[in-house]
Design a protein around this ligand. Structure first.
Ligand code: HPA
Length: 270
């Protein structure tokens, strides 16, 4: 594992030698965020040793290096999902590589189904905790102390300080920023009515098919995490409630400028 990470890091550093300070992971329909960056290098996942290759519509599959908010950043345009058939280790491999490249903070975005009755499509939600529903833990297996401890603490996986900063940024820009618990599921099916209801009763405000494994991996390695969901559909409506991937992408695209503003200012304030 460590050897594979180092090989990926060596390949990247031969192309782009500057250490990034912040990692960014962009969710479905949120890839054009990188237009905000002063791009200095873009490397196809397919060219990086041991990197899995992205298959989902709306995910472009590049590691993008550059500057944003006066900081050196690396953004994943496109991420890997467990439902695509990757192992949990493959899903989180890029997170480990970004840490070995030098990141100390990671900002993660995703599209998610809203379950909190106060949420509307297009809302942003700062994730303040998560519940993993069958999203297999990526740390199962032999632990390398070079990555982190065998039994990582998960009492504050999402930095309270960064959530507070994001709230201040959102308020100043007149953006409604919700806060809540993200339920991580495997997908690829959207939830049944009974499942949305169950996840809501269990304490979830939003549900999605990514993020949890990445956050566990980042926390394991001591990386500070901020994560935000774009609410792209509402799971607990009584009326007809069909959900399509196209709707999810569309809603994410519309909310993207708000997300971009918050991420940008958070990075500038680090
Ligand atoms: N459920 C799971 N994943 C999702 C959803 C949802 O409703 N919306 C966007 N990603």
């Amino acid at each position: 594992m460590i050897k594979q990470i180092n090989e990926a890091v060596e390949y990247i550093q031969a192309i782009y030698a500057t250490a990034p300070q912040v990692g960014i992971v962009l969710g479905s329909g949120l890839g054009s965020f990188t237009a905000e960056m002063k791009v200095e290098a873009a490397i196809d996942y397919a060219d990086i040793p041991h990197f899995p290759v992205s298959t989902v519509k709306g995910h472009s599959g590049k590691l993008i290096f550059g500057e944003l908010g006066g900081k050196k950043v690396v953004a994943m345009a496109g991420r890997f999902h467990y439902y695509e058939g990757y192992s949990p280790e493959e899903v989180v491999f890029p997170i480990r590589v970004m840490k070995f490249l030098g990141i100390t903070t990671i900002l993660i975005s995703n599209a998610a189904g809203g379950m909190n009755a106060g949420f509307a499509v297009g809302d942003l939600m700062a994730i303040n905790d998560h519940i993993s529903f069958f999203a297999v833990n990526p740390l199962i297996g032999e632990n390398s102390e070079k990555l982190g401890p065998r039994f990582p603490d998960m009492s504050e996986p999402y930095s309270k300080a960064l959530i507070a900063k994001a709230k201040t940024i959102a308020a100043a820009a007149n953006i409604t920023l919700r806060e809540g618990v993200y339920c991580g599921v495997t997908g690829p099916t959207f939830e049944t009515r009974a499942e949305y209801k169950f996840l809501h009763i269990a304490g979830g405000d939003a549900v999605g098919m990514s993020t949890v494994q990445e956050v566990i991996t980042a926390v394991h390695m001591g990386v500070t995490v901020f994560a935000m969901s774009v609410i792209t559909d509402l799971g607990i409506r009584e009326e007809e409630n069909k959900i399509t991937h196209e709707e999810v992408l569309q809603a994410a695209k519309e909310a993207e400028p708000k997300l971009t503003l918050i991420f940008k200012e958070l990075i500038a304030g680090l």
